[in-house]
Design a protein around this ligand. Structure first.
Ligand code: ATP
Length: 643
């Protein structure tokens, strides 16, 4: 056991068999996880807590499973992403609830918050100063989960008061460290450095260990079983990212039974496969040398995963698994026309592009992004949406993701048909020389696309890899070939007051990338040139409501000193000439170099409102960009060939 996992005693906080999991037991695990940065230690802590819970969890349905609730509280969610019930309560409401539940004045709480930078800690400190008149009933995992769900679901006129009421009730019952995590959950982030990938592995390990029970075996065999278990659960989770289905199935049938009960299902969006950037056609050829590959137009629209369920329902999901059926009622209505007879269910991966019916030309993405996100009425639609399908992931009851791209594409062509102005297959070319690719790239740009996607076509390397940024899909963006090969999507976390004419708006902004391993935002550059007065005004209106009193605890600030801080919500696409090591900014520090990395001459391209802050460019990607630049510069110096 110790070879795979460090044995760490689980603090169960006096949890008795047959009783619900005490919230204090979960909180004590959070505390231990927060206290370490070692990934393996975090994995051990979580695995062992999950194991204790799994052993005692007799429920095999989603509603009653304690393990499921524990899993959700660990990732700070209440249901699968696409169902859209989210926490993320504003700072002022939480301050109000803390004030009312502790009897302290709100301005004092804000003051403490300014000093601490962590409202969770402030809530805990505020509680500790209160004399306890009676011992409140301890919080349990199911009761906390239930209350958080009610808060997230509260809507309408009296919802604010209702939310404050429930938060007060929860805070009054908190003991020890609990208030800290209740508040962080409410804010939408636990900040304990627990990555989603670690959670999936911990869950798998706990189930494997539960199945093994007291059986003895060699450490090597155990390690192998743990690894296989983790691979299986990861694979299933990427096809069916829904713990409501996976956790009960694991409790019921263990690792072996999982594949039988859980597989890609129309109606449950899977995380899309992503591409790696390239700087030159030569790089593409190096990567795919001797292999069969295909080039497709890279349409400039919005990713759309379209599902047809057996009951005839059409659902459209965005890049981050949001249900977009309300934004695209026209698309939902169009879909049946492009499906050939005999098709009962499917999942296609596609790009939804704005389209001008009269000129029969593609329009820029911005024309579509002006649409509201929900409840769009068909009669209000002015810009049509044209779907370009590039992959088929599921057809008539069968998952296709392990087939090669050539076969998936053949099935796509066989079962769907183009409809003018509504549906078509992504235009492709199988030309493989530099000249052919170059010509196709030019053509794509002329037709209003961003460039090309180059994909492995046959062999085992051309399966569909959900949620992975894969080397088997390369993007070649025409505009960006001169820079670092791609743009970056960065979070706006702060701003600097304008000068001269710009005093009533922000004049410059502080941007950050995201590091999913530490769950922190890392500063990367200040951007302040090239904005028109009009756009600065727009940004001010959008960002001003996101101003917060102090920088959040999950921002690695470095030497940046903006005048105001924001809740990390807004994502901008930014282009840069190149990257340099920086004594000021913290992006990707410790990866390519101990120092952080910064953008030189950053230029704003557009707002990415299809991405949330946690989907911003990652620290690892920033480091990859930097390393590629260093390698290219080295080649140049050494007289190597530059494309
Ligand atoms: P990231 O930068 O994280 O890769 P992104 O959405 O910014 O995400 P892009 O650089 O725009 O990624 O490149 C990939 C995107 O291109 C896909 O997510 C998809 O929306 C779009 N796309 C357009 N045409 C195609 C195509 N033929 N095949 C695959 N993706 C395509």
């Amino acid at each position: 056991f110790t070879k795979s996992h460090k044995a760490i005693p689980v603090a169960d906080q006096g949890w008795k068999e047959g009783e619900p999991v005490p919230y204090a037991a979960l909180v004590s695990t959070f505390e231990s996880i927060e206290a370490t940065t070692k990934r393996l230690e975090i994995l051990s802590l979580l695995t062992q807590f999950f194991l204790v819970v799994a052993k005692r969890d007799t429920a095999t349905d989603a509603k009653n499973s304690s393990l499921l609730k524990v899993v959700y509280l660990c990732i700070n969610r209440l249901c699968p992403d696409y169902m859209g019930i989210e926490l993320g309560i504003g700072e002022s409401l939480i301050v109000k609830a803390i004030a009312e539940s502790t009897g302290r004045a709100a301005p004092k709480i804000k003051d403490d918050f300014r000093k601490e930078g962590d409202l969770g800690k402030v809530a805990m400190m505020s509680r500790n100063t209160q004399p306890t008149m009676f011992k409140p009933k301890p919080l349990t995992v199911p009761s906390v989960f239930q209350n958080l769900t009610e808060i997230a679901k509260a809507t309408g006129n009296s919802s604010q008061a209702k939310k404050v009421g429930i938060i007060k009730k929860l805070l009054s019952a908190c003991q020890g460290m609990e208030a800290k995590f209740i508040v962080r959950s409410l804010e939408g982030k636990l900040r304990i450095g627990l990555a989603d990938k670690t959670l999936v592995v911990a869950l798998a390990h706990a189930i494997v260990l539960k199945e093994i029970g007291d059986k003895r075996m060699s450490p090597e065999k155990l390690a192998a079983m743990l690894e296989q278990g983790a691979e299986k659960v990861k694979a299933i989770y990427s096809e069916l990212p829904n713990y409501d289905l996976i956790v009960p199935a694991l409790l019921k049938g263990g690792i072996e039974g999982l594949a039988e009960n859980c597989k890609l299902t129309p109606g449950v969006p899977l995380k899309p496969m992503l591409a790696k950037p390239t700087k030159a056609i030569g790089e593409v050829l190096d990567r795919f040398e001797g292999k069969e590959f295909t080039c497709e137009y890279k349409y400039d629209g919005e990713r759309a995963q379209v599902h047809l369920l057996e009951d005839g329902t059409v659902a459209v999901f965005s890049r981050n698994s949001e249900d977009m059926s309300g934004k695209y009622p026209d698309l939902v209505e169009q879909i049946p026309r492009c499906v050939k007879e005999g098709v009962k269910s499917f999942v296609i991966d596609a790009e939804a592009v704005a389209y001008d019916l009269e000129t029969k030309k593609l329009l820029p993405f911005q024309d579509l992004s002006r649409r509201k996100r929900k409840d769009v009425r068909t009669e209000d639609i002015t810009v049509r949406v044209h779907l370009f399908a590039f992959d088929l992931l599921y057809l008539n009851g069968e998952s296709l993701i392990t087939k090669d791209l050539r076969s998936r594409r053949a099935l796509l062509y066989e079962n769907f048909k183009p409809v003018e102005g509504e549906f078509d297959f992504a235009k492709s070319s199988d030309g493989t020389t530099t000249e052919e690719i170059g010509a196709f790239l030019e053509e794509s740009v002329k037709d209003g696309c961003e460039g090309l996607m180059v994909k492995m076509l046959t062999t085992e390397n051309s399966t569909y890899e959900p949620s992975r940024r894969s080397m088997n899909w390369l993007k070649l963006k025409k505009d960006y070939l001169a820079g670092i090969g791609d743009s970056l999507d960065l979070v706006v976390i702060g701003a600097y007051h304008g000068k001269g004419k710009r005093t009533s708006v922000y004049g410059a902004f502080l941007l950050a990338c995201y590091d999913p391993d530490s769950e922190n935002y890392q500063t990367i550059c200040k951007i302040g040139t090239g904005f028109s007065e009009e756009i600065l005004q727009q940004f001010y209106e959008q960002l001003q409501p996101l101003e917060i009193a102090v920088v959040r605890g999950d921002v690695e600030v470095g030497g940046a000193k903006p005048d105001v801080w924001f809740e990390p919500k807004v994502v901008w696409e930014v282009l840069t000439a190149d990257l340099s090591l920086s004594p000021v900014y913290t992006a990707a520090h410790g990866l390519a170099d101990a120092r952080g990395i910064s953008l030189r001459f950053p230029r704003f391209i557009k707002v990415r409102d299809d991405k949330n802050a946690e989907e911003a460019t990652t620290a690892e990607q920033v480091s990859e960009f930097y390393q590629r630049q260093v390698t290219a510069a080295g080649k140049k110096k050494g007289g190597g060939e530059m494309d």
